[in-house]
Ligand binder design. Structure first.
Ligand code: GLN
Length: 484
């Protein structure tokens, strides 16, 4: 199986048709789904129809873009017109969106072929995909381990080559952490770079959509297609989108020596020794590639987790108030309006979602607002200032994506706090609205992948691609595939 560029060559040289490529990936889905459960729904007919259109274009001698005919999967919190979009929740179990999200619209216009909607933690709340109301997805490297979350279905599908690439969403790490657990590349763009129109809202000031793929170049190709201003999203940035392909060079820029900052606070207790040594080796490799390495301190980093677990549930409690059984989604009738609400929500939402609605409602309630929500917003500013200071000294920051490799299914389901800890290193990035990428940098003794996180300043996705690509070209971690 191949990268986007390789498949593009096969298509334009007429070595293989889009229909043949699509068929091959649909077969791979059929072969591995019984073990993995990456998908909530499959869209085979749509995929074959889209592939047929691309083949017609090729036959007519028309130019096709890089994404044309590329089998792609979509996290099931992205609205797709006429295709059920559950968000991993019973409350949206019957929801067929009457409109298309901007990102899926843009991918479709670029000719991508949609193979299906991937599994996720309900409302993207979780770090293992075990909070899905439908199924548990397995990690392709070890079927007893979780794929990470909440975009675990997308990450597993990419790792198992059930699709070439996928979209996920990242509110506190949900693209990067599963990318790390499944040994693939995952990018969370700068807040506002990619439109959120049509993304089912979890915590609106943190949510961003981004790509998961096998290579850095594939992530850049996907970002190129989905980034850019959208009048339908009021937080969408009005900026020119650079040509990301230009950043992909086999070595780091030598004229402007890249300064890479190692975040000192991420190497404390709780970090698995095997993760620590893989990340340190990756940093040495970056130095060999010509980067200047500095140690950087982000003292407020450690407040990221508690700050996030006030802000995200607060926003969630407000966003999820719309699932009241009246407008759309599940409805459980009862004697009066209040009990209809209560019954609908009691049945429609899972444990974790209920926990967060309660925490958020509490934090926002009169009397506690200043002590919790307002305080958290202030700490959020301090965390942002740490990053601003760091980017005065270096171009890119580096740290592990997750303190551990993939854990066992069931291991943390009854211990939400230990589950929350797996996002320790990804969450501060969302609080500051910055871009970050996770890419494979090694394996543990059990053969589970380890992820390296690179964090950039606002809108410096180009620098992330430059550093990530140079590292990827110098290593072969991305070439290893799970044996299924
Ligand atoms: N695991 C974090 C949470 O549960 C982050 C989820 C996400 O990024 N969507 O909220």
């Amino acid at each position: 199986m191949s990268s986007i560029r390789e498949l593009h060559k096969q298509l334009t040289s007429k070595e293989r048709s889009a229909a043949e490529i699509t068929q091959a990936y649909l077969e791979s889905i059929q072969a591995f789904e019984p073990k993995l459960h990456s998908f909530i729904s499959l869209t085979e007919d749509k995929a074959l129809e889209q592939a047929k259109q691309i083949d017609a274009k090729i036959a007519a001698g028309e130019d096709i873009g890089l994404l044309a005919g590329i089998p792609t999967a979509l996290k099931d919190n992205l609205c797709t017109k006429g295709i059920i979009t559950t968000c991993g929740s019973k409350v949206l179990g019957n929801f067929t969106p009457p409109y298309e999200s901007t990102v899926t619209q843009r991918l479709a216009e670029a000719g991508a072929v949609f193979v299906g909607k991937t599994n996720l933690d309900e409302f993207a709340m979780g770090s293992s995909t075990e909070n899905s109301a439908y199924q548990v997805t397995a990690n392709p490297w070890d079927l007893e381990k979780v794929p990470g979350g909440s975009s675990g279905g997308s990450a597993a599908a990419v790792a198992a080559q059930q699709c070439v690439a996928a979209l996920g969403s990242d509110t506190g790490g949900s693209i990067r952490q599963p990318a790390s657990f499944c040994g693939v590349v995952g990018l969370k763009p700068t807040y506002g770079l990619v439109s959120r129109y049509g993304l089912v809202a979890y915590a609106s000031s943190l949510d961003q959509i981004g790509p998961l793929s096998c290579t850095v170049e594939d992530a850049a190709i996907l970002l190129q297609a989905i980034a850019g201003h959208d009048p339908q999203d009021s937080t969408s940035l009005k900026v020119d989108i650079p040509n990301y392909a230009k950043a992909l060079r086999p070595t780091l820029d030598r004229r402007n020596r890249r300064r890479i900052g190692v975040i000192q606070e991420t190497f404390g207790s709780g970090l698995e020794p095997v993760v620590e040594s893989a990340v340190k080796q990756a940093i040495e490799q970056l130095q060999e590639l010509g980067a200047e390495i500095q140690v950087i301190s982000c003292p407020q980093f450690r407040y990221g987790l508690p700050t996030y677990y006030i802000i995200a549930p607060s926003e969630a409690s407000s966003n999820l108030a719309r699932y009241d059984g009246v407008k759309y989604g599940l409805r459980r009738d009862h004697t009066d309006l209040m009990s209809m609400y209560a019954k609908t929500r009691a049945e429609g939402f899972g444990m974790e979602v209920k926990r967060r609605i309660m925490i958020g409602s509490y934090a926002l309630s009169a009397g506690y607002y200043d002590a919790y929500y307002l305080k958290a917003q202030k700490v959020r500013t301090l965390i942002k200032q740490d990053f601003e200071k760091a980017f005065g000294q270096v171009d890119v920051l580096v740290c592990p994506t997750s303190p551990t490799t993939a854990f066992k299914m069931g291991e943390k389901v009854n211990d939400p706090l230990s589950m929350y800890l797996s996002d320790l290193m990804t969450i501060p990035v969302n609080l500051a609205g910055l871009p970050a990428i996770s890419l494979p940098c090694g394996f543990d003794e059990a053969g589970l992948p380890i992820g390296l996180q690179l964090i950039g300043n606002v809108l410096r996705e180009d620098l992330l691609f430059e550093v990530a690509y140079a590292y990827e070209q110098a290593t072969d971690w991305h070439e290893r595939k799970p044996k299924l």
